[in-house]
Design a protein around this ligand. Structure first.
Ligand code: ADP
Ligand code: MG
Length: 408
């Protein structure tokens, strides 16, 4: 794991006051059909960084992406609605938006900023060079600021011009290049869990596919005291154990790997003992709870059963560190949400007892939020894909580009 990165708290007053501080944020918020923001967590979680800079008299220039416009302007993917929401949240501040990212209009708007002002630039992905990490674009971005701050953990696994390229250029130019407070918080929680977890350390892995998480399993197994499995990936393990899996989602091409993990992991790997099954992955189905040895041939496993939840709660009862990625079942459908809810409550109880509890993964974070348990977790990661890659032990390009703490 990489060491600590410099943060905005390492910047001197001189490096902030009156300076053009380029801040990369992840404002890829969900919108409803009318273009209204349905969840502004990604905006509110950057406020500590923005407030910290603004109070010291910075001129904050925000870079962000939105959706997948694939290198050209798409009106529905403009960041304008985000600027409007940010203006409400930063009451009393001048928050401007400009429909340009690195061109003449953007530079002119920056030229008219006062200390303590905020300017949100248009969607970086409107530019063809962004996702290619084009060096020319990185140079243009670098010219917009005196300091670079990356607070976009959710985009840090991408080597794009606004995450990696610009940071590299600005560092070469001798400008400060540091992490924001949200980025720092993510790296602290996830980093500490992997490098120096208080034990017992229990990881819970679920979700749809074993294939998407195999690198996480491999990287976590040596570190954890227990690895609790749920979701569809449990089915592949069931089949590898010789159990009948009915019509469940099973990844046959991963059976050998599942067998290998079962034989090498000792009692670390804990599998569900029962399952909620139905004929189809749909609401309104007749559901049945069965032991894992009795999965009917015409049914699919869609959630873990109550005995599994009890067992997992017992394992979690003395955990000091808990890391959870991936729901236990198809929680989007009420009939198959009980397992995820039960485990979420058990994790929240662990937090109450003083454990450090960390939720990674987009759907897991959504499940916890939907169940109203967000505030009872130590940390809910804002980065789905990024947290997964971090847990796989990969170095994130957007993080690698930042200055190390302790370095000059
Ligand atoms: P995360 O985003 O937290 O990393 P994933 O994307 O890996 O989680 O998986 C989430 C999806 O897994 C959910 O949409 C959920 O419906 C699905 N899922 C969970 N259990 C099952 C199951 N038994 N069968 C099919 N899909 C499942
Ligand atoms: Mg997901």
């Amino acid at each position: 794991m990489s060491g600590r990165k410099k943060t905005i708290t390492d910047l001197t007053t001189d490096e902030v006051r009156g300076r053009r501080v380029l801040v990369r944020v992840d404002y890829n918020v969900p919108l409803d059909d009318d273009g209204r923001i349905t969840d502004d967590t990604r905006i509110t979680t950057t406020l500590p960084t923005l407030d910290g800079l603004l109070q010291q008299g910075a001129r904050v220039i925000l870079l962000a992406h939105f959706g997948r416009p694939k290198g050209k302007p798409v009106p529905e993917m403009s960041l304008k609605p985000v600027a409007d929401r940010l203006r409400e949240l930063l009451e009393g501040r001048r928050v401007e938006f400009v429909a340009d990212t690195v061109g003449h209009e953007a530079r002119t708007a920056i030229g008219t900023m006062f200390d303590g002002d905020v300017l949100l630039l248009e969607n970086t992905r409107f530019l063809p060079g962004e996702e290619k990490n084009d060096s020319g674009l990185a140079q243009e971005m670098a010219a917009l600021g005196d300091v670079y701050v990356n607070d976009a953990f959710g985009a840090a696994h991408r080597a794009h011009a606004s995450t990696a390229g610009v940071a590299t250029v600005m560092r070469l130019e001798g400008k400060p290049v540091v992490a924001g407070l949200l980025m720092d918080r993510e790296l602290q929680y996830l980093g500490r869990a992997l490098s120096e977890p208080e034990r017992p350390f229990v990881a819970i892995l679920g979700g749809s596919k074993i294939s998407g998480k195999i690198d996480v399993i491999r990287s976590l197994l040596p570190q954890v005291d227990r690895l609790l499995i749920g979701g569809a990936m449990a089915n592949t393990f069931f089949k590898a154990m010789g159990l009948a899996t009915g019509t469940s989602l099973v990844e046959d091409d991963r059976l050998d790997m599942a067998r290998e993990l079962l034989s090498t992991s000792g009692d670390k790997l804990v599998l569900p003992v029962d399952a909620v099954v139905a004929e189809k992955m749909e609401a309104g189905q007749a559901v049945q709870t069965v032991d894992r040895e009795a999965i009917p041939a015409d049914r699919m496993v869609l959630d873990v059963g109550p005995r599994t939840v009890d067992e997992y709660r017992r394992v979690l009862s003395d955990a000091r560190t808990v890391l959870w990625n991936g729901p236990m079942g198809v929680f989007e459908i009420a009939e198959f949400a009980a397992g995820t809810r039960g485990v979420a409550e058990a994790v929240a109880e662990a937090t109450d007892r003083g454990a450090t509890t960390i939720i990674g993964g987009g759907d897991s974070a959504a499940a916890v939020a939907e169940m109203g348990l967000e505030s009872r977790m130590s940390h809910v990661s804002t980065g789905g894909g990024a947290s997964l890659e971090f847990l796989e032990g990969k170095e994130l390009p957007g993080v690698a580009a930042l200055a190390d703490a302790g370095a000059s």
